[in-house]
Design a protein around this ligand. Structure first.
Ligand code: NAD
Length: 305
């Protein structure tokens, strides 16, 4: 197979961006990386490959396709429009692919700015977390023109195994927020079920096994409870603040569309409370600690005699 022709850049070499950029390098792309943390891009280039850029403008000047994997839409805007930002170095006909989890309306505004600068912006957020980013098996949602998808498909295919086009630019960010709403609800209800069961006298590990063989199974019962909660590791690699952000986006869309969502609102409220109660820098799986505090027990702890 011949080497990919398009030169790619990836901005945001964090928990997700690092393994995603590594997949692009492994697929044979010429990859330029940038991160706000000094030395992070150079570390990537040294350990994995590719080139480190000193500014986003420099990265853009060296890339045909520019991926962003950043915490929020506000930061994506800063990276695009700021001094020495992507738009300052954008080449004609370049594509900006925002793979962060973002705010649909914000992304649509940014897409207009990119179009005015001669490029195209699309959104392609992901699901699957750090483990599937490492193996290149992410689920990718795509919002934007069909022709642009065909252009970016080879690069996306090195990072994900499923690519679903869901509509115009911004629509994939809406879809991603809704996915995480479902995921966040499944996590919390599962934790409460384990707490009830443990108080009744059931072993939480057995509860997880039975859920996984039954209709109560979900991604959290399969991939999070034993691994990160019952193990007390709380280190999935997806921050609690990022999940709270996603729930805010989902509820914002509910407000914008006039959709009554009492269940989803309570879910967001609980996750946001955990963010405030547990403090900064927590993994999202640590939200279980809020439910434990409310119940006055710790999952997996032996009952007091
Ligand atoms: P992270 O905090 O680990 O990484 C973000 C990176 O962006 C960091 O390296 C940070 O230094 C860099 N950064 C921040 N501001 C910057 C700026 N102005 N210029 C350049 N770089 C900057 O976050 P993450 O977990 O990798 O998540 C990134 C995005 O992916 C978020 O939108 C998140 O919601 C989404 N996401 C995360 C996961 C996950 O499991 N971690 C899964 C799916 C989607």
């Amino acid at each position: 197979m011949s080497a990919p022709q398009e030169r790619v850049g990836l901005i945001g070499i964090g928990s997700m961006g690092w393994p995603m950029a590594a997949r692009l390098v492994q697929a044979g792309f010429s990859v330029t990386v940038f991160d706000a943390v000094p030395g992070q891009a150079a570390k990537f280039a040294q350990e994995v490959g590719g080139q480190a850029a000193v500014t986003c403008a420099e990265l853009a000047a060296q890339s045909d396709i520019i991926f962003t994997m950043l915490p929020t839409s506000a930061i994506v805007e800063q990276v695009l429009n700021g001094e020495q930002g992507v738009l300052a170095g954008l080449r004609p006909d370049s594509v900006v692919v925002d793979m962060s989890s973002g705010v649909p309306a914000h992304t649509q505004r940014l897409a207009q700015a990119v179009a005015a600068a001669g490029g195209v912006m699309v959104d392609a957020p992901v699901s699957g977390g750090v483990p599937r980013a490492r193996t290149g098996e992410l689920a990718i949602m795509y919002g934007g023109p069909a022709a642009t998808l065909e252009r970016v498909r080879p690069a996306l295919s090195s990072m994900g195994t499923s690519i679903t086009a869901v509509g115009e630019v911004g629509s994939a960010h809406a879809m991603k927020a809704l996915n995480n709403l479902v995921s966040a609800g499944g996590f919390l209800i599962g934790v409460e079920a384990m707490l009830i069961g443990q108080q009744f006298g059931l072993d939480p590990n057995v509860i997880v096994d039975v859920l996984n063989a039954s209709t109560g199974m979900n991604n959290s019962t399969q991939k999070k409870f034993k691994q990160f909660v019952l193990s007390r590791q709380f280190n999935s690699g997806f921050g609690l603040d990022l999940m709270v952000k996603d729930l805010g986006i989902a509820l914002g869309i509910a407000t914008d569309t006039g959709t009554p969502t009492p269940f989803a609102s309570l879910c967001r409220e609980l996750w946001a409370s955990a963010g405030k109660t547990l403090g900064k820098g927590q993994d999202h799986t640590a939200v279980a600690r809020l439910s434990e505090q409310l119940a006055g027990v710790e999952l997996g702890a032996k009952p007091k005699d």
